[in-house]
Design a protein around this ligand. Structure first.
Ligand SMILES: [Zn+2]
Length: 78
């Protein structure tokens, strides 16, 4: 069984969606474009790659202060 990762389907760049409870009613958040969606019907599942794993880790680290409420600053790149 191959492992899958959920990515944002709004743009060509593959950005892993982050699981968060920061936004009411949507558990997935795209750190690149701000796409929010609930746990059902969210984004797109693709086979996980080392790049995507690393991207997910980097995004999570970068977004932690924002998602934890330490700061409201967040610039969407896409
Ligand atoms: Zn996105």
């Amino acid at each position: 069984m191959s492992e899958e990762i959920k990515i944002c389907s709004n743009h060509d760049e593959q950005v892993p969606l982050i699981w968060t409870f920061k936004f009411d009613g949507s558990e997935y958040w795209c750190p690149a474009c701000g796409y929010n969606c609930g746990m059902f019907g969210a984004g797109e599942n693709v086979p996980v790659t080392d790049e995507l794993k690393k991207a997910a880790k980097d995004w999570k680290k970068k977004a932690t202060p924002f998602l934890s409420g330490d700061t409201d600053d967040w610039d969407y790149e896409l």
